[in-house]
Write a protein that binds this ligand. Sequence first.
Ligand SMILES: [Zn+2]
Length: 142
Amino acid sequence: MNYRIHALTGSLCGLLFIHYFSLPLWYKGAVIYSLVVIGSLLPDIDIPTSYLGRRLKPLSILINLIFSHRGFTHSLLFCFFVYLFSLIIGLEFYGVAVVIGVFSHILIDLLTKGFGSNRILSILVEAVLFLCHVFFIFFLFS
Ligand SMILES: [Zn+2]
């Protein structure tokens, strides 16, 4: 799937995370939301032409050479290491946010395996995710 679908899924997960923990929308909520969205894009860093891969090209090429696409960065072990890293630096709550984003990415990739670059399916999924945002934001702010 393309980065927009992963970002939209991460965005939805971020909104759910903020709502579940009743976080204030400003500062901590915004940071958590951003981390979930970044986490949802993180696994595709193993593709040098991906959204994050283009911005972090040397790292992306290195990861692609070592693990190849949909390897280590698309595994639960990667989630564990992200969480472990956040634990070591003492920011485990923020680490959970990134892990939720990474997990949403892995889940979407699993669900859409085989559909690959189906343009119509991508548009439909984006439309559904957009509508979910509209309903959820209405629910969150009402
Ligand atoms: Zn992926």
